[in-house]
Write a protein that binds this ligand. Structure first.
Ligand code: MRU
Length: 368
């Protein structure tokens, strides 16, 4: 997608230095566009843990390049140790995101074919680039599969704007390109279908306010920022036609883990008979688990992320302020689980499926 009109991805090898992988430091958005070069597996782990990069697909691609970086620092004698240590370090950074372990496992499988360290380094870079390219291609296909949903609502509304509500940032910033939840939106917008996006601000990190609003703005997609509690009211008053969100992990039975607050949107959508879709590439399925509530690990982050808010003052200074009485206890669950029964459909790179094991198996038979 574009930044100031110029096509951009969220992660790319530095053209001038093969040991450096560039990312966008998303903590600085929307006020500053800062490219950061990552040079060691420790820097990759910090970038994921501290959310310089975030979002399911991008976390996976970053981990894949992190493995490459771990091997660049190895000698033939330490290669196996560096690989194991790097993999453990990366996988521990964000527990809910399935793409993280998926990408590291894919690297490990590919690296089994490398006989020398030089060969392994080459394989690791090629595999990381393939994961990034595939992520972008799969998201583009998610857009093509999701487009008819928006087109059908547009026809029903005789061309009046289709109102889509989304939560958190499942946009191109959360992947390598296109995004998952945003891919159908971008596809529809590019085809001239009038639409408008309600952007949940998404406390406590404010991915909606800081990232989704920014990237929709860059693409010229009409959107309105709302406080997290607003969606239900909008739905009750006929101001939402469709909800599309992303996800960090989906069970083989269609239970969905996504940014905290997603479950409440799904409940409100069900109460208002509105379609609630979840968009994901297949790399986000956890094929080995069936019960989302019991089996998906939910990341818990520090209370300061709830107590403190970072932003830019009107005179251009970046400030962090406290919004609660000093010492207030705060709990910070990063994700919640929306049971499959509340999900209308899963939009994947192979098509749309109901969130049912048998239906998902029909699209992805190799995993069942
Ligand atoms: O904590 P984050 O910003 O990594 O969480 C991101 C989300 O919850 C997105 O909605 C999710 O990754 C799905 S789309 C990649």
């Amino acid at each position: 997608m574009k930044v100031n009109g110029v096509p951009c991805r969220t992660i790319w090898p530095d053209p001038n230095d093969p040991a450096v992988i560039n990312i966008i430091d998303q903590r600085q958005l929307p006020h500053a566009f800062v490219v950061e070069g990552l040079r060691s597996v420790e820097e990759f782990a910090t970038a994921i843990r501290e959310m310089h990069v975030r979002g399911a697909g991008l976390i996976g691609a970053t981990a894949a390049f992190g493995i490459y970086s771990a091997l660049l620092a190895a000698t033939p004698a330490t290669a196996e140790h560096c690989l194991d240590q790097g993999a453990d370090l990366l996988v521990a950074t964000r527990p809910t995101a399935r793409n993280l372990a998926w990408a590291v496992n894919r690297q490990r499988a590919a690296l089994a074919h490398g006989k020398t360290l030089a060969e392994q380094q080459q394989i690791a870079l090629a595999t990381a680039c393939a994961i990034a390219d595939e992520d972008a291609a799969f998201c583009q296909r998610i857009g093509e599969h999701g487009l008819p949903l928006i087109a059908a609502i547009s026809r029903r509304k005789q061309g009046a704007p289709v109102n889509i509500l989304t939560h958190c940032n499942a946009g191109w910033l959360a992947f390598v390109d296109y995004g998952s939840a945003t891919a159908p939106i971008y596809a529809a917008h590019q085809r001239g279908i009038p639409l408008h996006v309600w952007v949940d601000e998404t406390r406590p990190w404010l991915q909606g306010a800081k990232l989704t609003a920014w990237e929709l703005g860059q693409e010229g997609v009409p959107h309105t920022l709302i406080a997290d509690n607003t969606g239900g009211h909008l739905m009750q008053h006929g101001l939402v036609d469709l909800v599309i969100v992303g996800t960090d992990r989906v069970t083989r039975t269609g239970d969905v883990a996504n940014k905290i607050g997603t479950y409440l949107k799904a409940l409100a959508a069900r109460d208002n008979q509105l379609p609630f879709y979840v968009a994901l590439p297949s790399s986000t399925f956890d094929w080995g688990i069936s019960d989302g509530l019991a089996e998906i690990p939910i990341e818990e982050r520090g209370g300061d992320e709830v107590r403190l808010v970072r932003g830019r003052t009107c005179d251009g200074r970046d400030e962090t302020v406290c919004i609660a009485p000093v010492g207030t206890a705060a709990v910070n669950y990063g994700f919640d689980v929306t049971p499959a029964r509340l999900v209308t459909g899963l939009i994947t790179e192979r098509g749309i499926t109901p969130p049912l094991a048998a239906a998902i198996a029909a699209l992805f038979p190799e995993y069942y």
